[in-house]
Design a protein around this ligand. Sequence first.
Ligand code: NAG
Ligand code: NAG
Length: 223
Amino acid sequence: MKSSSSPLLILLALLPISYATTFHITNNCPYTIWPAATPGGGLALHSSQTWTLPISTSAATSGQIWARTNCSFNSAGRGTCLSGDCNGNLYCKSAASPPATIVKYSLNQYGANDFYSISLCDGFNVPVGVVPTSDCGAVRCAGHDIMRECPTELRAPGGCRSACDVFKTAEYCCNRVGKSCWPTKYSAFFKSLCPNCSTYPEDDPTSTNICSSGGDYKITFCP
Ligand SMILES: *[C@@H]1O[C@H](CO)[C@@H](O)[C@H](O)[C@H]1NC(C)=O
Ligand SMILES: *[C@@H]1O[C@H](CO)[C@@H](O)[C@H](O)[C@H]1NC(C)=O
């Protein structure tokens, strides 16, 4: 037993470390939600429970996290949700069906930065807040007023839809060929209640937060 520095230990120390960013996803709502993540899947989360979701950042990676409401799944993980459904799967591999309040992130991007935002581009279903563990910008969309004040034409079971989702026009969906887009009265409605959130597809400059990579994030539904 003369040396503890075996060649194997030295080799292990020289291997690249695999990094991860952990999302601590808490349900602070007084009801069960089924948070979903791509990548990451999804599960049932009762009131005051937390889902710990590590995402590998050994390469630049992007994803989305949102909540589903009023779900019912069978033992095979198939079922439906009132809002935020992903093709009827408990374990999501595809995007939320609107309306859903969506946290969008891009980790370990150029310059070792993380970018994240709360998007209301697909409407609103559950209030959410994002708080980085490092000292950079928190953002939240408490949004209780969104449910109360949602324009009649956007109202849906379980949430408030986006104008693009309802009317599907180029103006609301920002897909006029060769043209940029502007806020509309509907995106302005969401913006007035959640000013730091993205409310139409080109809304990013006012709503994208930047942190140095390497920290973790607390995502709280009903913050
Ligand atoms: C959805 O779930 C909530 C909380 O449990 C409940 O209050 C509400 O009535 C449900 N809505 C529908 C349409 O089932
Ligand atoms: C929105 O951003 C402004 C400016 O950065 C900040 O002062 C404010 O606290 C933020 N509000 C919310 C609700 O996150």
